[in-house]
Design a binder for this molecule. Structure first.
Ligand code: ADP
Ligand code: MG
Ligand code: ZN
Length: 502
C-alpha cells in the first residue's frame, strides 16, 4: 500500500466522527434513580425501569439535560428549546425493553462548531491549499458539529468460552445491566475533517472541553468516551462525496489516527485498482494494524423511530439555558490565552497546561506565592519535567522551579532531585542541600575561576576573538572542572561571554 502522504496528494480524505460520551459524573441513571456506577457487583444497580419491565415509567434526569446543554453551549451549538425523546427499536438482550430511548430529528443541541489549530508535523498531513497556512505551515480548521443528542447506554455483555470475541462462537454470554440506562450524549460532526491528525485533534479538543465541564471522566480506555470514524475518498477537485466506511473499536487517540490512516490508504488502493469501496462497518485491529469487515450495510436499518409516549416533549426555558451557561467554567482556549497574556507563556506550552483541568488547577496552585521570576520556570517544569512524575506535590514542583529559576541547580540535577523526592513529602531544596548539590552563582567565587581559566586558555580565547564562538563551550567545561561541579554552567557561560566580549 502507498504511504499516507503519497495518497493525499491525489485524493482528498473526507472524515466525520460520531462520539459517544457517558455522563459518568452524575449520580443516577438517565430515566430512573438507580446508582450510576459500573464497578459494583453486576446487576445490583437495577430497577423495573432500566430492566424494561412492562408498565414501568421513565423520568428524565434533569442534571443530564443540564450536562448536554452545557456541552452544546461549549461547542457553539444552538440549543433547541423544543425537542423530545424517541424510541429506536431493535432486538438484543443488552436493552431489555427492545428499544433505546434517544432523540429524533431535533436534538437538544444543533449546528455547532469547534476550530482546530493544526501545527507542527501533523499539519503536513494536509497538502492542499483549501486552508490558509501560516509561515510555519500551521492552520486553523473549522469543524462543524451537526448535532449532540441525548440517549441512554445499553447493558454490558461479555462473551466467554469458545472462540474469543465471536458472539456465535462463545460458550456463554454474560450480561450486566448496571450500565443500562447510563446517560449518554452522542455528538455527530459534519464531514469536515480532512486528515487523521485533524480527527485526532478534534477528539482531543472535545475531551478537554468535556473534562473541563466536568460532565464525564472521558476515558477512551475504559470506554466512557467512544468514537466511530467515517471515512471516504474523492479525487482532488471533485465535489461529490465518495462511499464511506465506518470504523469501530477505537479506544485511543493513536488508534483513531492509525485506523484512519490505514483506511485512507486501503481505500486508495481499492479505487486505484478500479475497484469499489463498499459501505460497510469495519473493525480496527490495533495489534495487526489493519481494519477488517464487521458487517456490510445492505439496507437502512428499520428502527421504527417514533416519539416516546411515556416522555413528555421538552420546552427548555431561557432561564434554564442561562443557568447552564453560568455553570460553564473557563474553557481551555480562554485559559490558554490568559496564560499567554498573563505569564508570557509560549502558545503550545500554555495550550498544554490549559488542556487538562487537573493540570491547569495544579499549575495555578503552584503559581501561588511562587514569585514572578519563577513563573516561566514553573511552566517549563510543568510541561517538560513533571509529566514523568505522578506523585509530586504542588510544593515540590514550586520548590524545584524556584531552585532552577535561581540557577541553584541544572535541569539534569532537577531530574535527579525529582526522581528522589517523587512520592515523598521531601522538600527539593532540603534534598539539594543535604546532598551538597547546590551550585554557586556567587559572582566573586565564580569570577575568580573564570579569570583563572581565561588566563590559562590563551589559545581558545584568541580563537573566540577570531570569531569561533563555539569554544565558549570548552571554556565553560574548564570552569566546571575547576569548580568541581559546584559552579552553575549558566552563570559561567554568562560571565565568560561578558569578559570575552569586553
Ligand atoms: P449513517 O446514516 O451511515 O450513520 P450519517 O449521515 O448519519 O451516516 O453520518 C454519520 C457520520 O458520517 C457523520 O459524522 C458524517 O459527517 C459522516 N459522513 C457522512 N457522509 C460521509 C462521507 N461520504 N464520507 C465521510 N464521512 C461521511
Ligand atoms: Mg449514524
Ligand atoms: Zn434503574
Amino acid at each position: 500500500m502507498k504511504k499516507l502522504a503519497e495518497v493525499l496528494k491525489d485524493w482528498e480524505a473526507v472524515i466525520g466522527l460520531e462520539v459517544h460520551t457517558e455522563l459518568t459524573t452524575l449520580e443516577t441513571k438517565m430515566f430512573c434513580n438507580c446508582r450510576l456506577s459500573h464497578d459494583d457487583e453486576p446487576n445490583t444497580n437495577v430497577c423495573p425501569v432500566c430492566l424494561g419491565m412492562p408498565g414501568a415509567l421513565p423520568v428524565p434526569n434533569e442534571k443530564a439535560i443540564e450536562s448536554i446543554v452545557m456541552a452544546g453551549l461549549a461547542t457553539n451549538c444552538q440549543i433547541q428549546r423544543h425537542s423530545m425523546f424517541y424510541r429506536k427499536h431493535y432486538f438484543y438482550p443488552d436493552m431489555a425493553k427492545n428499544f433505546q430511548t434517544t432523540q429524533g430529528p431535533v436534538a437538544f443541541c444543533m449546528h455547532g462548531q469547534l476550530d482546530l489549530e493544526v501545527s507542527g508535523a501533523g499539519a503536513k498531513e494536509r497538502p492542499d491549499s483549501t486552508v490558509e497556512k501560516d509561515a510555519d505551515g500551521g492552520y486553523v480548521a473549522p469543524i462543524r458539529i451537526l448535532r449532540i443528542h441525548m440517549e441512554e447506554d445499553a447493558a454490558k455483555m461479555v462473551h466467554v468460552g469458545g472462540e474469543e470475541g465471536r458472539i456465535g462462537g462463545a460458550a456463554e454470554s454474560l450480561i450486566d445491566y448496571n450500565r443500562c440506562g447510563t446517560p449518554l450524549i452522542e455528538l455527530v460532526t459534519e464531514p469536515d475533517l480532512r486528515t487523521p491528525e485533524e480527527a485526532r485533534l478534534f477528539m482531543e479538543k472535545l475531551r478537554q472541553t468535556f473534562l473541563t465541564l466536568g460532565i464525564s471522566d472521558c476515558s477512551l480506555e475504559s470506554g466512557s468516551m467512544r468514537c466511530d470514524g467515517n471515512i471516504s475518498l474523492r479525487r482532488r477537485g471533485e465535489t461529490k462525496f465518495g462511499t464511506k466506511t465506518e470504523m469501530k473499536n477505537i479506544n485511543s487517540f493513536k488508534s483513531l489516527h492509525d485506523a484512519l490512516e490505514y483506511e485512507i490508504c486501503r481505500q486508495a488502493e481499492v479505487l486505484e485498482e478500479g475497484g469499489i469501496v463498499y459501505q460497510e462497518t469495519r473493525h480496527w485491529e490495533p495489534s495487526r494494524r489493519r481494519t477488517v469487515v464487521m458487517r456490510v450495510k445492505e439496507t437502512a436499518d428499520d428502527y421504527r423511530l417514533f416519539p416516546d409516549p411515556d416522555l413528555a416533549p421538552f420546552d427548555l426555558t431561557d432561564e434554564f439555558v442561562e443557568r447552564c451557561r453560568a455553570r460553564i467554567p473557563e474553557l481551555p482556549d480562554a485559559k490558554r490565552d490568559r496564560y499567554m497574556a498573563s505569564f508570557g507563556l509560549k502558545r503550545a506550552d500554555a495550550a498544554q497546561l490549559a488542556g487538562d483541568p487537573k493540570v491547569a488547577a495544579f499549575f495555578e496552585e503552584a503559581l501561588e506565592g511562587a514569585g514572578e521570576k519563577v513563573v516561566p520556570t514553573l511552566a517549563n517544569v510543568m510541561v517538560n519535567l513533571a509529566p514523568s512524575y505522578d506523585a509530586l506535590t504542588v510544593a515540590q514542583v514550586r520548590g524545584i522551579s524556584a531552585l532552577l529559576a535561581e540557577d541553584a541547580i541544572t535541569f539534569a540535577q532537577a531530574r535527579e532531585v525529582l526522581d528522589a523526592v517523587n512520592g515523598t513529602e521531601e522538600d527539593p531544596a532540603a534534598y539539594v542541600d543535604a546532598h551538597g548539590m547546590r551550585q554557586s552563582t556567587d559572582e566573586g567565587a565564580l569570577g575568580a575561576i573564570v579569570d583563572e581559566v581565561l588566563a590559562r586558555c590563551t589559545d581558545q580565547v584568541q580563537q573566540y576573538r577570531d570569531g569561533n564562538k563555539k569554544v565558549l563551550g570548552f571554556l565553560v567545561g574548564q570552569c566546571m572542572k575547576a569548580a568541581k561541579g559546584s559552579g552553575n554552567p549558566k552563570a559561567f557561560n554568562k560571565m565568560l561571554a561578558e569578559r570575552l566580549e569586553a
